[in-house]
Design a binder for this molecule. Structure first.
Ligand code: ADP
Length: 159
């Protein structure tokens, strides 16, 4: 069974993430989307909410599982019997950091990292930009799944 982990904050999941997850699901027997629990970083959605949104938007894929982790990604991989991580690459700016992490994860536990190039339709998308635009009333429809869109406006209205 070939499994891969797709890690990230997913605060919230965007069409860019979903594109990578869907393409990975076509290549692997199982994709585990792992939401990073980061106590120090302020997030708009709780980990439970992020997991719930991911479950909703990946429901059509029978081989995508949603999980969460804290601490080292390589430890999560070991616990789940996974030896490869898949990451989306948007621009050169992603590359430097991602290469450093990939090399460290290989050095730590021989976990491989595979990079998938972003769909050009979504190459400019990040969760933080989505939140910033939505916060100021900008239209982000089509850039996040519909369920995320309604949760975003609800959450931002309550702020
Ligand atoms: P963000 O930068 O959106 O907060 P995350 O930390 O949730 O991203 O990222 C998880 C993974 O998804 C990373 O590998 C990141 O490069 C990838 N990713 C994020 N947005 C996109 C996109 N628009 N296209 C392709 N990959 C993306």
């Amino acid at each position: 069974m070939h499994r891969v982990v797709c890690p990230g904050s997913f605060d919230p999941v965007t069409m860019g993430h979903l594109d990578i997850i869907g393409r990975a699901a076509g290549l692997y027997d199982e994709v585990i989307v792992a939401v990073l629990i980061n106590m120090t970083k302020k997030s708009l959605f709780t980990v439970d909410e992020r997991v719930e949104m991911l479950r909703e938007v990946t429901a059509r894929y029978g081989n995508v599982k949603i999980d969460r982790f804290h601490g080292l990604l390589v430890d999560f991989c070991a616990t789940n019997g996974v030896t490869a991580v898949i990451k989306g690459l948007r621009a050169v700016s992603d590359f430097e950091y991602e290469m450093q992490m990939a090399q460290m994860n290989y050095r730590l536990a021989r976990v491989e990292t595979l990079f998938m190039t972003t769909n050009p339709l979504y190459s400019f998308l990040s969760s933080s930009l989505i939140k910033e635009i939505a916060r100021y009333g900008g239209d982000v429809s089509g850039l996040v799944p519909d369920t995320v869109l309604s949760r975003l406006s609800e959450r931002l209205a309550a702020e």
